[in-house]
Ligand binder design. Structure first.
Ligand code: ZN
Length: 243
């Protein structure tokens, strides 16, 4: 999470080499470059996040490695990054910033955000997901209940200009925090509007739809063209962003 969050499989592999983790439930927890602090709050937050994300999607990996790294090590990934995740068919991990694990307001958000990435990656792995990537950060931000005010988000989007879905994904990937924040906000706002209009199931249906064209999947799942939906979203954001 964070505007410059990255999934870095190579870094994760290096990070986990020789790591001994303590297994508990779905999680193997280990500490790197920071003191091992037995936090019952950490386990409870992970379990609660797993229950919620898996209850929503049913696709969380059975076992997830959780690696806690020092603030200094996380700063090398990005000063604004508090967590990131890595997923492939054999292995799933989330990495958390050490100072975040005792923060009882942000830890549940971080844990849910990263577990949602893992659940979404599992669903998208069954097709070429390139046209769906723009949704991912929005889904994770929304499912993790990041405390964002709708009017603030709309105001922000109006102020920065609307992006199409390719533009949203390009912005998300940017290493410039201000640019990537804009991508996150627009992905979040579109995903939330989709949920409001069609219900939670629409997100799952789209991710699981075998159709690789996003527009074709959207039409198939909703009966409405994405262009028309996007136009409605834009109108709504402009109205609430001006308030
Ligand atoms: Zn993320």
């Amino acid at each position: 999470m964070g505007w410059t969050a990255v999934s870095c499989a190579l870094a994760l592999t290096l990070l986990l080499a020789g790591t001994a983790s303590a297994d508990a439930g779905h999680f193997g927890i280990s500490f790197r470059d920071c003191p091992e602090t037995a936090s019952s709050g950490l386990q409870a937050a992970l379990d609660a996040a797993y229950g919620r994300v898996n209850g929503t999607f049913g696709t969380c990996p059975d076992h997830v490695e959780v690696v806690i790294i020092s603030d200094g090590a996380m700063d090398k990934v990005g000063k604004h990054v508090d967590s990131f995740s890595g997923w492939n068919k054999e292995f799933s991990a989330i990495v958390l910033r050490n100072s975040s694990i005792n923060n009882c307001s942000s830890l549940p958000v971080l844990a849910s955000h990263e577990l949602t990435h893992l659940a979404v990656n599992e669903m998208l792995s069954k097709k070429d997901p390139s046209e769906y990537h723009w949704m991912e950060e929005g889904i994770c931000t929304w499912i993790s209940r990041e405390p964002l005010d709708d009017a603030d988000v709309s105001h922000y989007i109006v102020g920065h200009g609307f992006l199409d879905t390719a533009g949203i994904y390009d912005a998300i990937k940017s290493e410039d925090c201000a640019v990537s924040k804009n991508g996150y906000m627009q992905s979040y706002s579109l995903v939330k509007y989709m949920e409001r209009r069609y219900g939670l199931e629409i997100i799952k249906k789209l991710l699981e739809c075998p159709e690789e064209s996003f527009d074709a999947a959207f039409l198939q799942c909703t009966g409405v063209s994405f262009a028309s939906f996007y136009g409605d979203w834009k109108t709504r954001v402009m109205a609430s962003g001006r308030e």
